[in-house]
Design a protein around this ligand. Structure first.
Ligand SMILES: *[C@@H]1O[C@H](CO)[C@@H](O)[C@H](O)[C@H]1NC(C)=O
Ligand SMILES: *[C@@H]1O[C@H](CO)[C@@H](O)[C@H](O)[C@H]1NC(C)=O
Ligand SMILES: *[C@@H]1O[C@H](CO)[C@@H](O)[C@H](O)[C@H]1NC(C)=O
Ligand SMILES: *[C@@H]1O[C@H](CO)[C@@H](O)[C@H](O)[C@H]1NC(C)=O
Ligand SMILES: *[C@@H]1O[C@H](CO)[C@@H](O)[C@H](O)[C@H]1NC(C)=O
Ligand SMILES: *[C@@H]1O[C@H](CO)[C@@H](O)[C@H](O)[C@H]1NC(C)=O
Ligand SMILES: *[C@@H]1O[C@H](CO)[C@@H](O)[C@H](O)[C@H]1NC(C)=O
Ligand SMILES: *[C@@H]1O[C@H](CO)[C@@H](O)[C@H](O)[C@H]1NC(C)=O
Ligand SMILES: *[C@@H]1O[C@H](CO)[C@@H](O)[C@H](O)[C@H]1NC(C)=O
Length: 816
């Protein structure tokens, strides 16, 4: 049976209506007993009253002589029919089959040999003898209805609880058990659960579940053609039809990291998820080689069982090891000894959480994935002679170095006047301190990561459990902010106040101005913003909408914004007469490692906004003021998603000036669309500023007296032509630039920045790629020199615009 199913799978998305396109099909409004039998080659279809759906025989594209009797969305995606239901999906028929209503009133899809393929049990109704297709897409014959026997797809307003068949993927591998759990090939554990069973989907984009819960689509509220389909990759997705593109767009999906879907990779392989294009790949762990395109086998079989080695893999979780057992309170060496004592132990996972969970993985390693949320370290058992020097899998090392770590106390910068040897001592101390605190706080870090893991996994568009996004009353916020007295920032979107909630949480309350739409729109937008969880995004905790007031309540990020740290120019010449207040206001200087982590964190957050949030969220205002630093200098991007809240006319008339002067991509000044690549450009400038410690437009005004001067091109020449990196480095920490330790890091940042700053949007990488470039997981080829954009190729007016814009000082920050 399986080969046949596969057959269909390969082709189902790709049906061609070669015949029906040549000749208009005969249209039936019902198929009744008085009509003769309906054969696959007969060019006729059954239409729903308003022609939204059609039913009839469709040839398999891979095998045009075989047919299925299906229901599809009529008149859209015409050379690739969107099939929503199939009668004989597991047994396509040839042209000799026919659909008949027997004189007894029984409906049957029969082959020549008289075998009945559908319905599986005879359906006979003497008083209702016509097969009809309702406007909802429900194919009905008497009391038989296709809505009761879903195949891969649920349509709007289809009653899911009525279903007498489990929703399955076309390849038969995945099932939506009990309308709430996604399971793989009968594996006893689900890989995703909705917690409460689905009840129905509506045409506005809401998926209702039991207990009054729901999921909502990213385009909630628009009445569109929609479908909820269990795709062949095992993901459950809600699609809505975009008539302008004649395409289906995903507006909700169950699983975000496709590697969490069991069976994505085979035995022993580690699934790696590529966020930039939502693709997955299967790589072999060290000591293993490919045995098929998605599975791996040992290079050296485990023979000398008493003398195995163990490879340590971080962030790797084999979620389906056979017969795995968990033991608590063992030391690492006891755990290892337990594994060695079992002949079929393939490795173990060890959790350094105080309880010292030791999980032995027996017999085989299934459903491996790389995920930063993994709480244990994997120790893979290999033969003692195994020394895999070039493993295919290299994904585990980068995160530890770069993820937001540990609390680091930064000393004040060494003073220029002191001897360099002294500086070296201090700098070495900083590094040693980082190392030690790194080890010391490793568990704290893991714990923290666990928390974010959960967030990361649930960052879908699920309505958050009651209580997590709080609706505040205006009085409550007035109270919390002491009558809006403590202003900590002002910006394009409104004023920000510091406050303390009743439960003691410190918050930043942003009072928005010029917000479009009514309460419902605001609520929908806020809900979407609140669902964007990322370690490097400021969390939205609540909101308030009363009368015309619109307030957002964010977590308070204590250290303020990045600009306060990197643009402290007077620090170069320490003034010994500084007042105590000035000294107290002074921010610690960020070293190269921390700057690098900030760059990477911001890149990941924006990549997440662009690529993982279903709806593309353009930030449109990336600048150091909108990058806040937590108490561990973990960067958190603020003001994301707000561009969408602005009034429509604002967007139309002012959109080209909405970003902050100095960070705008060239296309803001050209009649070109603003895309995610515009954010990439702004980010490129921020990268250069992080390295140089000064503002792009400050330098233009002060250091070089020429309109022709353009920071990115200048920096490019310094780094790539004159090979003189030193000239662009932040003077405050220039002396701590150790070319062996930092060259690679700074070089990566600068090269990446150059790619981000390419004049043409299409030449810039996507944000996901940018994050990878910074991580060092992709090779960065030499960038082209960024060219100046607003001087030569624009008319005078735009020169003026560009120049005058650089003079406004931007102020938009959540905290001081
Ligand atoms: C057919 O449509 C499906 C989704 O509806 C899409 O995934 C697939 O790529 C399309 N195939 C072609 C050949 O356009
Ligand atoms: C099928 O039968 C119905 C009702 O008996 C009739 O109205 C319709 O025209 C017939 N269609 C065809 C194609 O014979
Ligand atoms: C069919 O379309 C008409 C007009 O567009 C509409 O009034 C009617 O409600 C629709 N019928 C169904 C069953 O949707
Ligand atoms: C259709 O398939 C049947 C067997 O199921 C076979 O006997 C018959 O010859 C086939 N007809 C055609 C036209 O291929
Ligand atoms: C159809 O027939 C059944 C019995 O065969 C009867 O109970 C039912 O009322 C009939 N329905 C209609 C609409 O006539
Ligand atoms: C769906 O079907 C179930 C069982 O037949 C029924 O109890 C429920 O009321 C139906 N729900 C809707 C929305 O029609
Ligand atoms: C489906 O869910 C039921 C109830 O939760 C459970 O008993 C059953 O084992 C599940 N089936 C599969 C294949 O997971
Ligand atoms: C599970 O492991 C134990 C001990 O290693 C073994 O005796 C048992 O047969 C295993 N069970 C299965 C189902 O593999
Ligand atoms: C591994 O993945 C499984 C399934 O997602 C999860 O239950 C388990 O907690 C994960 N283990 C670790 C150590 O993160």
């Amino acid at each position: 049976m399986y080969p046949l199913i596969f057959f269909i799978i390969l082709s189902i998305s790709n049906l061609h209506f070669s015949k029906s396109q040549l000749q208009k099909p005969k249209v039936l409004s019902s198929f009744s007993i008085s009509n003769s039998s309906w054969t696959p080659t007969e060019n006729q279809i059954l239409l729903s009253p308003n022609s939204t759906f059609a039913a009839g025989f469709l040839p398999l594209p891979s095998s045009p002589n075989l047919y299925t009797f299906s229901v599809w969305y009529y008149g859209i995606t015409e050379n690739n029919a969107t099939i929503v239901w199939t009668a004989n999906y597991d047994s396509p028929v040839n042209s000799s089959a026919s659909l008949i209503i027997k004189p007894t009133g029984e409906l049957s899809l029969s082959t020549l040999s008289g075998k009945n393929l559908w319905p599986s049990r005879p359906v006979s109704r003497r008083n209702t003898t016509a097969l009809i297709l309702q406007e909802s897409g429900n194919l009905v014959f008497g009391d038989w209805a296709s809505f009761d026997y879903p195949t891969t797809t649920i349509l709007p307003n289809q009653n899911i609880t009525n279903a007498k068949r489990v929703l399955s993927s076309m390849n038969g591998k995945f099932k939506f058990n009990e309308s709430k759990e996604l399971v793989y090939n009968g594996d006893p554990d689900y890989y995703w659960t909705a917690d409460n069973a689905f009840l129905k989907v509506d045409d506005q984009g809401r998926i209702s579940k039991e207990n009054f819960q729901s999921f909502i689509s990213s385009d909630l509220g628009d009445q569109k053609l929609r479908r909820l389909t269990l795709d062949e990759d095992g993901n459950l997705r809600l699609y809505s039809y975009d008539s302008s593109l004649d395409q289906w767009a995903t507006v909700w999906q169950a699983v975000f990291n496709l590697c969490q879907i069991k069976g994505t990779c085979g035995a022993n392989a580690i699934c790696m998820y590529e966020t930039s294009d939502s693709s997955t790949s299967c790589v072999c762990p060290p000591g293993f080689k490919k045995s098929s395109h998605d599975s791996c086998e040992r290079k050296i079989p485990l023979t000398d069982l008493k003398n195995s080695n163990f490879f340590r893999l971080e962030y790797v979780n084999f979620t389906g090891a056979a017969n795995s057992s968990s033991i608590q309170d063992l030391t690492l060496s006891d755990c290892q000894a337990k594994c060695l004592a079992e002949d079929n132990c393939q490795g173990f996972q060890f959790k350094y959480d105080g309880k010292n969970d030791c999980i032995l993985l027996m017999e085989r390693l299934d459903y491996g994935l790389w995920s930063p949320g993994t709480e244990t370290v994997m120790f893979l058992r290999v033969d003692s002679s195994e020394t895999d020097e070039n493993p295919e899998f290299t994904g585990m090392t980068t995160l530890m170095e770069t993820a937001c770590p540990v609390t680091i106390k930064l000393p004040l910068p060494p003073e220029e006047s002191r001897a360099t040897t002294r500086n070296i001592v201090i700098i070495t101390t900083i590094f040693a301190a980082e190392l030690i605190s790194g080890i010391f706080f490793f568990w704290a870090f893991l714990k923290k990561y666990t928390k974010y893991r959960d967030m990361a996994w649930t960052f879908g568009l699920e309505v958050m459990p009651a209580g997590s996004l709080k609706k505040f009353s205006y009085a409550e916020l007035k109270d919390a902010t002491k009558n809006f007295s403590d202003v900590i920032g002002k910006g394009g979107f409104g004023t920000v106040y510091k406050g303390v909630l009743g439960d003691g949480r410190v918050v930043a309350v942003k009072a928005l101005k010029n917000v479009a739409g009514g309460d419902a729109d605001f609520w929908a937008e806020v809900n979407i913003i609140a669902r964007m969880h990322h370690l490097n995004l400021v969390r939205l905790w609540g909101f308030c909408t009363e009368k015309n007031r619109r307030l957002l309540v964010y977590e308070h990020v204590p250290n303020g914004s990045l600009d306060k740290f990197i643009f402290q120019r007077d620090l170069v010449n320490l003034d010994l007469d500084e007042s105590p207040q000035e000294l107290a206001d002074r921010k610690p200087v960020l070293d190269w490692n921390i700057r690098y982590r900030i760059a990477l964190g911001v890149a990941r957050a924006i990549a997440y906004l662009h690529e993982e949030c279903l709806e593309w969220v353009l930030h449109c205002d990336i600048k150091p003021e909108n990058i806040l630093l937590g108490d561990d200098f973990c960067p958190k991007v603020s003001d994301f998603g707000l561009a969408k809240l602005k009034k429509k006319e604002d967007i139309v008339t002012k959109s080209r000036f909405r970003g902050t002067p100095g960070y705008l991509a060239p296309e803001w000044l050209r009649p070109e669309p603003i895309t995610s690549k515009s954010d990439v450009y702004s980010f490129g400038l921020v990268l250069l500023e992080i390295v140089a410690g000064k503002r792009n437009f400050d330098q233009q005004n002060s250091e070089v007296d020429s309109h022709e001067w353009y920071f990115p091109s200048w920096a490019f020449d310094k780094v790539f032509k004159e090979m003189n990196v030193d000239d662009i480095l932040d003077p405050i920490i220039k002396h701590s630039y150790d070319s062996t330790a930092h060259f690679d890091m700074v070089n990566r940042i600068v090269k990446t920045a150059m790619w981000c700053l390419q004049d043409r949007a299409e030449n810039r990488p996507t944000m996901g790629k940018v994050a990878k470039m910074l991580e060092g997981t992709v090779e960065i080829i030499e960038p082209k020199r960024p060219t100046i954009f607003f001087i030569r190729d624009e008319d005078d007016k735009s020169i003026n615009v560009a120049v005058s814009m650089t003079q406004t000082q931007p102020i938009d920050t959540l905290s001081k």
